[in-house]
Design a protein around this ligand. Structure first.
Ligand code: CP
Length: 294
């Protein structure tokens, strides 16, 4: 039984094993299987989600598991119950694994030491979002045939991005080169030693251009001068997208602020892998759940 708390520290063989297994599930023509019949998985979301929550549910159901969906807003968390007591409660009832999304960073590691079921990180604060990065790696693997040797530019709100961090750890482990591009007030100083910050012009010369959502909900007010100014300096506008090399692909974890970090028309363009990323989330999460409890 194995938790997945992050990609930092996961070696290339472990990441490859997950990607290989995802490819296996991706190829199946039958949507449902029974490999996890009589196993119970709880999706515990203490922060909002659309893609992660529903693709985990889709993955669990495709594996034949029984699914318990927990949403903080409709639970005793509203009466002041802690994250720990909530997870212990579901564990006491007999769940085999927990998928968990948390607002604060750092809580998950402590939590995993106090419970005996495997926990899968569905996003913890600005720390990690390992299944998002795995589905991003898988999308790149499907597109280019190999991750090793790719140059991946991650552009935008690096400071608040768990997606940037998990991609940095996963991509560098798999032999890709990562570079960041961000406004001064969205840089993450602690990541300076791991990836260089480059200009927007340089960032667009890459195999993969990964745009990040400006996380308006995590910014203190006044951090963003204006959405128009952000778009002008760091947005993937139609003009910038038109200048990308023919092989370059565009990614974004979504949700997207259309016409802020990426233009509406670019989201839907032929170079965009944004919707395939969402499709790839399902087989990746099947592989991760299976790894946790099979
Ligand atoms: N990409 C992602 O994590 O989306 P959700 O917040 O909707 O799950």
């Amino acid at each position: 039984e194995r938790s997945l708390l992050g990609l930092r520290g996961l070696d290339a063989a472990e990441i490859s094993a997950i990607l290989d297994r995802a490819a296996y599930w991706d190829k199946q023509t039958e949507k449902a299987s029974s490999v996890l019949a009589s196993r119970f998985v709880s999706n515990m979301f203490f922060e909002n989600s659309t893609r992660t929550r529903f693709s985990f549910e889709m993955a669990e159901k495709r594996l034949g598991a029984q699914v318990l969906n927990f949403t903080a807003a409709a639970s005793s968390v509203e009466k002041g119950e802690s994250i720990y007591d909530t997870v212990r409660t579901l564990e006491s009832m007999g769940i085999d694994a927990g998928v968990i999304r948390l607002k604060p960073a750092g809580v998950l590691a402590q939590l995993s030491e106090k419970v005996s079921i495997p926990l899968i990180n569905a996003g913890d604060g600005n720390n990690e979002h390992p299944t998002q990065a795995l589905l991003d790696l898988y999308t790149m693997l499907k597109t280019f045939g190999d991750i090793k040797g790719l140059t991946v530019s991650i552009i935008g709100d690096i400071m608040h991005s768990r997606v940037a961090r998990s991609n940095l750890w996963g991509l560098t482990t798999m032999g890709a080169k990562v570079q960041f591009c961000a406004p001064e007030n969205m840089k993450a100083p602690e990541l300076m030693d791991y990836a260089p910050y480059v200009s927007m012009e340089e960032a667009l010369r890459a195999d993969v251009v990964m745009m990040l959502r400006v996380q308006l909900e995590r910014h203190a007010s006044g951090m963003l001068s204006s959405a128009e100014e952000y778009r002008r300096q760091f947005g993937l506008t139609e003009e910038r997208a038109a200048k990308l090399a023919s092989h370059t692909v565009i990614m974004h974890p979504a949700p997207v602020n259309r016409n802020v970090e990426i233009d509406d028309a670019v989201v839907e363009s032929a170079k965009s892998l944004i919707f395939p990323q969402m499709s790839n989330g399902v087989p990746i999460r099947m592989a991760v759940i299976e790894r946790a409890i099979r």
